[in-house]
Design a protein around this ligand. Structure first.
Ligand code: ZN
Length: 157
């Protein structure tokens, strides 16, 4: 990063601050030219990678956190779960996906992440989501799931 005063190419970062609203990082720099040593700010924008969701039929769709929110809201209908809690789950999942740095993610992986969150927030919402999401094809499969769920509850207590 060139010094804006003397054009010297070397500067050191003395402070970094994350500005959340627009995904920017402000860095305070100091020129390393001993005759200058002036300070200036630079702004860096964090690059958001476009992420594609791969559906079961192999078709792709751009990742949309709103869809996660809608899915969770449907599962939480008439349950004691606040919108703030739902937003937090959506944010966590979005962050997890962004941090993985993958450009493609399977819809099934997102489904598992949602279930993981719901499990700790509301048991009924979790079962609702899982039963719709996993599309139980036969009763045995569903019974296995209920068994798994009961084990989970017993372990918790
Ligand atoms: Zn300088």
């Amino acid at each position: 990063m060139k010094c804006i005063y003397c054009g010297c190419k070397d500067s050191k970062v003395i402070d970094s601050r994350y500005i959340d609203e627009n995904n920017q990082i402000r860095r305070r720099r100091e020129c390393l030219n001993p005759d200058c040593q002036k300070r200036f700010n630079t702004y860096e924008t964090v690059e958001m990678l476009p992420i594609m969701v791969v559906k079961n039929d192999e078709s792709r769709q751009s990742f949309n956190p709103l869809k996660i929110k809608q899915g969770i809201m449907r599962a939480c209908e008439k349950r004691p779960v606040s919108v703030a809690q739902i937003d937090e789950m959506v944010n966590d999942i979005e962050k997890q996906i962004q941090n993985s740095l993958k450009q493609e993610i399977k819809s099934s992986e997102i489904g598992e992440m949602i279930m993981e969150k719901l499990k700790s927030i509301d048991e009924v919402a979790y079962i609702r989501f899982a039963s719709v999401y996993r599309k139980f094809t036969d009763v045995t499969h569903f019974m296995d799931f209920i068994k798994e769920f009961e084990d989970m509850l017993t372990n918790k207590k």
